[in-house]
Design a protein around this ligand. Structure first.
Ligand SMILES: Nc1ncnc2c1ncn2[C@@H]1O[C@H](COP(=O)(O)OP(=O)(O)OP(=O)(O)O)[C@@H](O)[C@H]1O
Length: 227
């Protein structure tokens, strides 16, 4: 990928099984961008994210993410692509049977980290970034919902991703905590990691105005305004 481009889709058609969900998708996300992704239920937001993290292949058009050609992506490439992406999804929650430290270590070991000292250092480093260094020994249930979501973000930062993909990251949080989480994601984008957030929460979008893309009637609309 050239220069600062992290995601680039050009004329991509996105299918779920045989069903064409989004056609002729053009999308460009650069280093440090902060982008909202909106659209009604079933409009294709998750399908678009799935293309970016290599869960759905594209056959028509062009697509690149994190330096990978999404058209030529093989099963072997997927774990390497995912190391360039930080994923903050509802269904990627913390493992409840182990401490915060062990949750982070689990992901590090699964992604090739072996040196114990480096693992400890990186654990504290990412927890520091989300303001939770002091909670390293706690169990998930000892943390509030917002703190748990911060740990999920810390976990997403472990491999220094080029972009964070967040699907409804504030879905289960109260308004104040939601603002804190989005503020954190905004700060992360300002340090160079792009952030793409799928949400139905227009209030939070108005609080943090930024570029908006929208899935609607089988298309991805760029630079949308909301009322
Ligand atoms: N595995 C699948 N097989 C076939 N069709 C699917 C599959 N998954 C999703 N779809 C269809 O693809 C379309 C887009 O779904 P998608 O999950 O991308 O929407 P979404 O915008 O993320 O919705 P939500 O806001 O509810 O999460 C829907 O019509 C859905 O029914």
């Amino acid at each position: 990928m050239i220069g600062n481009t992290i995601i680039k889709l050009q004329g991509a058609d996105i299918f779920q099984e045989k069903h064409l969900v989004l056609s002729n998708v053009n999308l460009h996300i650069d280093k440090g961008d902060f982008v909202w992704l909106i659209g009604a239920t079933g409009s294709g937001k998750s399908s678009l994210l799935k293309v970016i993290y290599g869960d759905i292949n594209i056959t028509n058009g062009e697509g690149h993410a994190g330096g990978y050609d999404l058209k030529k992506l093989t099963q072997k490439d997927v774990p390497f692509l995912r190391r360039k992406l930080g994923i903050v999804f509802q269904d990627f929650q913390l493992l409840t049977d182990r401490s915060i430290e062990d949750n982070l270590r689990f992901v590090m070991q699964a992604t090739g980290w072996t040196d114990k000292n480096l693992i400890t250092e990186r654990t504290l480093d990412v927890l520091e970034k989300v303001g939770l260094r002091s909670k390293v020994k706690k169990m998930p249930h000892e943390l509030s919902g917002g703190e748990q979501q911060r740990v999920v973000i810390a976990r997403a930062l472990i491999n220094d991703p080029e972009i964070i993909l967040a699907d409804e990251p504030t879905g289960n949080l109260d308004p104040d905590t939601s603002e804190e989480i989005v503020m954190l994601l905004k700060q992360i984008s300002q340090s160079g990691t792009a952030v793409l957030i799928a949400t139905h929460d227009y209030h939070i979008i108005r609080t943090f105005p930024s570029r908006i893309i929208k899935c609607e009637t089988g298309k991805v609309l760029e630079d949308v305004q909301i009322a």
